[in-house]
Design a protein around this ligand. Sequence first.
Ligand code: ATP
Ligand code: MG
Length: 422
Amino acid sequence: MLTNAPKGTKDVMPKDVYKWQYVEKVFSEICEEYGFKEVRTPVFEHTELFTRGVGDTTDIVEKQMYTFEDYAGRSITLKPEGTSPVVRAFVEHKTYAEVQPTKMYYIIPCFRYEKPQSGRLREFHQFGIETFGTGNMLADAEIIGLAYDFLNRLGINDVELHINSIGCPDCRRKHREALKNFLLPKYDQLCDTCKGRFDRNPLRILDCKSPVCRELTQGAPMMLDYLCDECSTAFTELQKNLTAMKIPFTVDPGIVRGLDYYTKTAFEFVSNKIGAQGTVCGGGRYDNLIEEVGGPSIPGVGFGLGIERLLLVMEESGVVIPKPEGADVLIAFMGERGKAYGLGLMRELRALGIRTEMDVLARNLKGQLKYADRIDVKYTVVVGDNELDTGMLLLKDMRNSEQREVKMEEIKDVLIEKKGER
Ligand code: ATP
Ligand code: MG
């Protein structure tokens, strides 16, 4: 027990962390290029934020939240998604009083009590972005474009963009009735979860992962046929914008986002490389959320992109993330004088940006050189009493075992030069 991570969680060990650092760097860079600024919010929030924001008929709120009471009896929840906390912060800090729109991005852990499987964890991580302060489809196209460019920049080109409109509460009411009429004769065959959804949130039945429910919803009335003029015009506008940006998409009336707060635009980037958990990125518009959690009536649009799934897709698509190189140099030392000299030189080299190591296990010379080999160091410098007396250090190129002597006062310049050559 003590030596197992909790079910549904994963460590990222040093040998793999470079993959995370790489995608995080590319994501931050592209967000900054698009004019999004990073926002950091707490890992936990008041539970009501999610029951109000995400909606209490959603899977997340009904059965997936990590909720507990703190010592003062407050109900606290580890964030299961990123949008509501950012909305809360936007309202709390009155950011809407500044120049609009507000464009923010974040990199966060999310917590959901789910059945763990490939691409589905209890602690997972998301890249997210949000644009607040405009209902214009330029914003929807901008964030979809950002996700598209991000995936492309990573070298992923086999994910497909699916878009839909799930309308506004007005169009949804009409669709809801039609959907219930369609499903009523099949009610008994629905899975238990969907039976529960039938009255409270029938739209979610269209998003059920059970094959039986999928079959039963074949031919069900689609939201797209129930859009009011405003929602319909917006959807056409979005498609025009995406076409102008040369971003390929498929209209997929089957897309129903898992969170209650979505209005109009809904979209997903889907990969067929990673099995059932194929949705890498999901997002959409939420014109009522900010008001719902107690702020002014301000529209918003955003997406969440699962980092674990992203890495799975990259692996399956054969995208190679550049591995970090070994240290530039290891100073192998002998004796007290060699050690003292090495410690001084190591600090100087590090200050020059040369990645330098000494063996903190203080093995013998043979052991130090073997260690240098195993951690893939490029050069070793050997220093002991002899070298200090003659003023000549032994520099060894670990890749071809070539050795040469270098004057003590030239060693820094030589190593800087070597680094520059690569
Ligand atoms: P799904 O339909 O796969 O359950 P979702 O609709 O619940 O996804 P969102 O809430 O939209 O997902 O989250 C955005 C993204 O976060 C997803 O597209 C996915 O990449 C990722 N994600 C969601 N839940 C998990 C999880 N439990 N483990 C790993 N990644 C997840
Ligand atoms: Mg889910």
